[in-house]
Design a protein around this ligand. Structure first.
Ligand SMILES: Cc1ncc(COP(=O)(O)O)c(C=O)c1O
Length: 390
């Protein structure tokens, strides 16, 4: 699926030098190195502020808590309807667990079957029905590296200044919507720098971006125990500080992330070409595996960064086994939609509630994708798929 060493080799000297500088400084947590990375990353996202933290999961929680959503920072639980946040049932678990951790209630709406992202129409319907709590925010995920439709989400909050938009941009560093970068599309955004991500640390790390001074101040305070002054605690926060070594590595890699994303788009276009040439691809606008493999759809307004190249495949599980037998990696992101996860049973959803998400979970398959993937390797992947269907 991935070969990290191909990215590391050419950057090795630069990265080791940056790490050595941290070791020489003996300043390991937060400090000038983290501040420098926060500023550079925020600028790249066209956001005023960046707040480095320990993971993408923490970044999501910090964004929600800083916006005052849920009761996780309150000393006592307030009376009345719980805060609710609308999100997608088709994502990594953290997109929803962060809402529960913030002390709010997740409300799911189905996805757009072409992009796999949260459907603005489904969200509009949920807002119209006014069920499930006091909706404080919408939390779309830029799944696989393609931004959710922020024109439509912004339109939904016209006349509702109390409704916030929080981006789960964990998979989308460098992506854009109508030319506006992920990280600047809503009130706040969360990025993950988990080692498989397009911008990747040498361990866990994350970032909140925002252009609101109030959100910035609060997120910064919450990541260090709600302690703007040493040992004076204004509210109940958490320890989610970023390490200087991670910031140093990320600052180096930030210089190369746009080039890496461009190469990912080239690799995606090459897969498309190979699938079409092999006669395997369904008609491009079709979203049905009855006609063959459904290739990834890119909205014309999106600058996709192909964190993953995800097809819909007939007989997906058998195909995956056949690829594995030939030593070809693939992955299912995600096999169980969130509303059907055992841990989230208490939310009261049932099979059939979100048919598009459920069908996606049964059909999607992510193929090897990274900037340094070679043409001959892609040919091998597509040839193995052709042989399977033959
Ligand atoms: C969509 C999405 N949200 C949130 C996260 C959580 O990020 P992390 O693993 O850095 O906590 C991830 C990454 O794993 C993700 O893919």
């Amino acid at each position: 699926m991935l070969d990290f060493s191909r990215q590391y080799s050419p950057l090795r000297a630069e990265i080791l030098d940056a790490i050595a500088q941290v070791c020489d400084s003996q300043s390991f947590i937060l400090g000038p190195r983290v501040a420098a990375f926060e500023a550079a990353a925020a600028a790249a996202c066209n956001a005023r502020y960046g707040i480095g933290c320990a993971s993408g999961t923490d970044a999501l929680w910090l964004a929600l808590a800083a916006a005052g959503i849920g009761d996780s920072t309150a000393a006592t639980r307030p009376a009345g309807l719980p805060d609710a946040v609308i999100t997608t049932p088709f994502s990594f678990f953290a997109s929803t667990s962060c809402i529960l951790r913030a002390g709010a209630r997740p409300l799911f709406a189905d996805i757009d079957p072409r992009t796999f992202n949260l459907s603005p129409d489904a969200v509009a319907e949920l807002l119209r029905l006014r069920v499930g709590g006091n909706v404080k925010a919408i939390l779309p995920v830029h799944l696989y590296g393609q931004c959710a439709d922020f024109d439509a989400f912004n339109a939904l909050r016209q006349g509702r200044s109390d409704l916030l938009l929080i981006e789960d941009a964990a998979q989308a560093f460098g992506a854009a919507w109508n030319g506006r970068p992920a990280g600047s599309l809503g009130d706040a955004a969360a990025f993950s720098f988990y080692p498989t991500k397009n911008l990747a640390a040498f361990g866990d790390a994350g970032l909140v971006t925002t252009s609101s001074p109030e959100l910035e101040r609060r997120a910064r305070s919450l990541r260090t125990h709600g302690m703007p002054r040493r040992y004076f605690h204004d509210e109940v926060g958490w320890n989610s500080r970023m390490d200087a070594i991670q910031a140093a590595v990320l600052e180096v890699k930030l210089r190369y992330v746009d080039e890496g994303n461009r190469q990912r788009r080239d690799r995606a276009a090459r897969y498309d070409e190979l699938f079409r040439a092999a006669g395997l691809a369904a008609a491009s606008e079709s979203a049905s595996t009855k006609d063959g493999i459904v290739l990834p759809y890119t909205d014309p307004r999106a600058t996709h960064v192909f964190h993953q190249y995800v097809i819909r495949a007939p007989r997906r599980d058998a195909l995956r086994e056949a690829l594995a037998a030939r030593g070809i990696g693939s992955e299912i992101y995600y096999p169980v939609p969130l509303h059907l996860q055992a841990a989230l049973k208490g939310l009261g959803y049932k099979p059939g509630d979100f048919p598009h998400a459920e069908r996606a979970a049964a059909e999607v398959l992510a193929l090897p994708m990274y900037p340094e993937l070679r043409d001959d390797e892609q040919q091998t992947v597509v040839e193995a798929i052709r042989t399977f269907y033959a």
